[in-house]
Design a protein around this ligand. Structure first.
Ligand code: SPV
Ligand code: MG
Length: 434
């Protein structure tokens, strides 16, 4: 046993008095080793931290009383405990009752192997996750931090959940929506700027009629009130000469990725009826566009994801795979495979075969039609990113129609009131910083 050593587990993203209290209590008993949770470990139960591991490590190392900071790869820190055999593990006593209680039980068991002790110190009241979330919101983000976040998520989570946004308010909902489940917090990891919902919200068809500048005006509202990473629906990417400017513009704004689809001619939405047959772009042309985009980007973190329309256009999984190989070869950072086949079996076959050939290239799915599968199943197929591509807009439309019809029916708004958000709540929805 390392005599007198205490062990403390930290996330270290937002340092609050509760953390300092734990460190100070630990340091009264001798030297303090901090097990700093890795991004991957945090993402198992909570939202990923804003600061990356190195940034958090630098901060924690400089706190008075901390002797050493070591990476901790799971919530219990089993490997570290066995390696250092500390005399004490010090933790706030909230973990006796909250969802970390199984972690506490396990820690007690491990520590007992060498006669170590778990000390629960009174939890610092007033500090809880909502206080920290408010602090984070006020702290906001920067284009650099936001841009990098998608790659950090891909490295730290087996499956990334993305929701469509088309306005500041839909962005706010996606930023804050979360539910606590047995295995931890469930939330959206990022946002999808959809060409379908963006054009629909402007009363226009989804045919690349809304230019980048106009789309970015709305996206700016989302950027201003959110912190999560954004994947941009780049349609066909336009002409190669134009696409390079799109890449630069998106990067400058802190967008993490663009997805471009291999259609040619007038682009129609992929879920449109069968009467419109889309032609696919020649493979070489699309590869040249990917390569030009990759050459144009300034950061190493921005991602260009190639979207395969083969299955939408009635071609085989073999044809899609052939294109996928060429796009990866051209430098695509990920592949999106799309289909409107309800069974989802074409998508499953593609994912499994692609994953056998490419172990690490992310696969993106948009399960609008094959929505009977749960995220876990997509993960088993080999998918990494699931985009719910239009649900915020589709949810709002029937709600608005209902209220409009109720007022027409009743010739007053009394009956519609229960269908609406209370005035008090809407006034409090948007934080107001003085
Ligand atoms: C979008 O959301 O605009 C998309 C996905 O491109 S889909 O509508 O399914 O084609
Ligand atoms: Mg689109």
């Amino acid at each position: 046993m390392t005599d007198g050593f205490s062990y403390v587990t930290l996330i270290g993203d937002v340092i609050h008095p509760g953390n300092l209290n734990v460190i100070s209590e630990a340091s009264k008993r001798g030297e303090v080793i901090v097990g700093l949770l890795t991004d991957k470990a945090i993402a198992e139960r909570e939202r990923p931290p804003f600061l990356d591991f190195q940034q958090r490590e630098t901060i924690i190392k400089n706190i008075v009383g901390v002797s050493k900071v070591v990476p901790q790869h799971d919530w219990c820190g089993e490997d570290n405990l066995r390696k250092f055999k500390p005399k004490y593990v010090i933790h706030g006593d909230d973990w006796i009752h909250n969802n970390l209680s199984p972690v506490r039980e396990k820690t007690i068991k491990i520590m007992s192997e060498w006669g170590g002790e778990v000390i629960d110190i009174p939890y610092t009241q007033g500090i809880n996750s909502s206080v920290i979330m408010t602090a984070r919101r006020e702290f906001g983000t920067t284009p650099e931090l936001r841009l990098k976040m998608l790659r950090r998520l891909i490295d730290s989570k087996p499956l990334i959940r993305i929701m469509e946004v088309h306005s500041g308010i839909s962005g706010l909902i996606v930023e804050h929506a979360e539910i606590e489940k047995e295995d931890g917090l469930h939330y959206f990891d990022g946002m999808w700027s959809s060409s379908l919902t963006d054009s629909t919200s402007k009363g226009k068809p989804d045919i690349e009629a809304v230019d980048l500048t106009t789309r970015l005006q709305d996206l700016t509202n989302v950027l201003e009130c959110t912190t999560k990473p954004i994947i941009y629906d780049g349609d066909t990417g336009g002409k190669l000469e134009h696409f390079v400017f799109t890449v630069r513009t998106l990067e400058r704004n802190g967008i993490s990725a663009v997805i471009i689809e291999d259609k040619m001619g007038l682009k129609r939405n992929s879920l449109y009826g069968t009467s419109v047959q889309q032609t696919l772009a020649p493979v070489e042309d699309f590869c040249a566009k990917i390569q030009a985009g990759k050459r144009a980007q300034l950061t190493k973190d921005f991602m260009i994801i190639a979207r395969l329309e083969s299955l939408i256009a009635g071609h085989s999984v073999d044809e899609a795979l052939e294109r996928a190989r060429a796009y990866v070869e051209a430098g695509a950072d990920g592949i999106m495979i799309h289909s409107k086949e309800k069974s989802g079996m074409d998508i499953k076959e593609f994912c499994q075969r692609f994953r056998k050939e490419f172990e690490r290239i992310p696969i993106v799915l948009v399960p609008t039609t094959y929505n009977q599968f749960r995220e876990k199943e997509f993960q088993e197929w080999g998918a990494n990113i699931i985009i719910y591509a239009n649900h915020m807009l589709r949810a709002s439309y029937p709600a608005m129609v209902k209220v409009a019809n109720s007022i027409l029916e009743n010739e007053r708004s009394l009956e519609a009131d229960e269908l609406c958000m209370p005035i008090k709540e809407i006034l409090n929805l948007i934080p107001y910083y003085e």
